[in-house]
Ligand binder design. Structure first.
Ligand code: NDP
Ligand code: MG
Length: 384
């Protein structure tokens, strides 16, 4: 029996994780859950999974829930997430909050020797070197939940013999649209992802291909592979979830119908494989048309920017991430166009000098400065 906490249990990954766990009651019990605005769903999850501790976004909702569930401990905010993450009753923490909010709880769990199932890619983008070093020092496993990285983890036999990582991407809703059409993209069109149903932030990132750029940086840190050996391939059917090319020319890919249940379950049960939520066999005859394209970096400059920030390393990936998070927020509030996101990120990066080996404090300070800059100057940055 594994004891698990889920940070972000009311989100897309969080709810799918609870679906996996509900199917495997003999394997898992829940220690902690956390939600943001969706208190109604959090309440349902509390009743069904009976956690020991629950974290909410605000103190107010934490007090309200405490009245309804007096035997459960409640916490709130970032400190509350860390309080769950650092408790040694956990065997594993699944980090499924969105954005840099995942960083502190991830570090709290690692410092207490607790394994991580990591959905939150922004944590590795901002502070990959620090997180991976601490995980090694504390003998903690970081199991990727992101489907591409799970695929690579599943294909990897011997990291020293890897020649190339191949990250696949569906191409998002604008793959077949022109740059001019993308300029006019509405929020509704952007949130209609052709293959995956996900939270809003990652769905917008998938439309600009920033998501793939963040995943390139995530893969670099998780698997210690040079950027020049990480290739992105557009594969609209999303059947091949990613692949490794070995030195002898052999390519090993992981495939299946698009579903986050499989990478989630793999991370939770690793190193075991268990018959769980997915039971149907893959039908090759109904999925016989697999195609591959080169990404168009003119149409999707966010991918190029992410490679450049990753290669520049130091503080640049954290700036890329913070500027992108804020620009995506502006787009979700319909204050800017989809294509402004990349312009804002690019112009923001130009405003900072690099810090080659930033400390955690420097990363958090710069993250703050970047957000403030974008919040105030987003119109100017988009028009520069
Ligand atoms: P969602 O937006 O669906 O979920 C985010 C979770 O965080 C929700 O539980 C939300 O609560 C909670 N949350 C949001 N803001 C706060 C806050 N201020 N304080 C506390 N909790 C908060 O995101 P996803 O599940 O789609 O993504 C989560 C992470 O996983 C991201 O980093 C994403 O990149 C990554 N990922 C997601 C994939 C997917 O298929 N969805 C695939 C691969 C990676 P509430 O909903 O109650 O407001
Ligand atoms: Mg992914």
């Amino acid at each position: 029996m594994k004891t698990i906490s889920i940070l972000g249990s009311t989100g897309s990954i969080g709810t799918q994780t609870l679906e996996v766990i509900a199917k495997l009651p003999d394997y898992f019990n829940i220690f902690g859950l956390s939600g943001g605005n969706n208190i109604e769903l959090l309440e349902k999850q509390i009743k069904k999974f009976n956690p020991k501790i629950v974290c909410t976004k605000s103190e107010k909702s934490s007090l309200e829930l405490k009245n309804k569930f007096p035997n459960i401990e409640f916490s709130y905010g970032e400190d509350g997430l860390c309080q769950i993450a650092q408790n040694k009753q956990n065997d594993m923490i699944l980090i499924a909050v969105s954005g840099i909010m995942g960083l502190y709880p991830t570090l709290s769990a690692i410092e207490n020797g607790i394994d991580i199932a990591l959905a939150n890619k922004e944590t590795l983008v901002c502070a990959g070197s620090i997180v991976m070093k601490k995980a090694k020092e504390n003998n903690v496993n970081i199991l990727p939940v992101d489907s591409e990285h799970s695929a690579i983890h599943q294909c990897a036999k011997n990291f020293k013999d890897i020649q190339k990582l191949i990250l696949t991407a569906s191409g998002g809703p604008f793959r077949e649209k022109s740059i001019q059409e993308m300029e006019k993209a509405t929020l509704y069109q952007t949130l209609a992802h052709p293959r995956w149903s996900m939270g809003h932030k990652i769905t917008v990132d998938s439309a600009t291909l920033m998501n793939k750029g963040l995943e390139v940086i995530e893969a670099h840190h998780l698997f210690n592979v040079d950027y020049k050996n990480i290739e992105v391939v557009i594969h609209p059917q999303s059947i091949i979830h990613s692949a490794i090319e070995y030195k002898d020319g052999s390519i090993i890919a992981q495939m299946g119908l698009p579903s986050m249940h499989i990478p989630i379950q793999y991370a939770l049960t690793y190193p075991q494989r268990i018959k769980g939520i997915k039971t149907n066999s893959f039908n090759f005859f109904q999925n016989s048309n697999l195609t591959f394209e080169k990404p168009d970096l003119n149409k999707f400059p966010c991918l190029k920017l992410a490679y450049e920030a990753g290669i520049a390393k130091g503080i640049y990936p954290a700036i890329l991430n913070a500027a992108n998070e804020e620009a995506v927020n502006m787009f979700l509030q319909e204050k800017i166009k989809l294509t402004d996101i990349c312009k804002i990120v690019e112009k923001t990066l130009e405003k900072f000098d690099n810090i080659q080996t930033p400390s955690l404090n420097e990363i958090l300070d710069t993250d703050n400065q970047t957000r403030n800059l974008v919040k105030i100057d987003y119109i100017k940055l988009a028009r520069l």
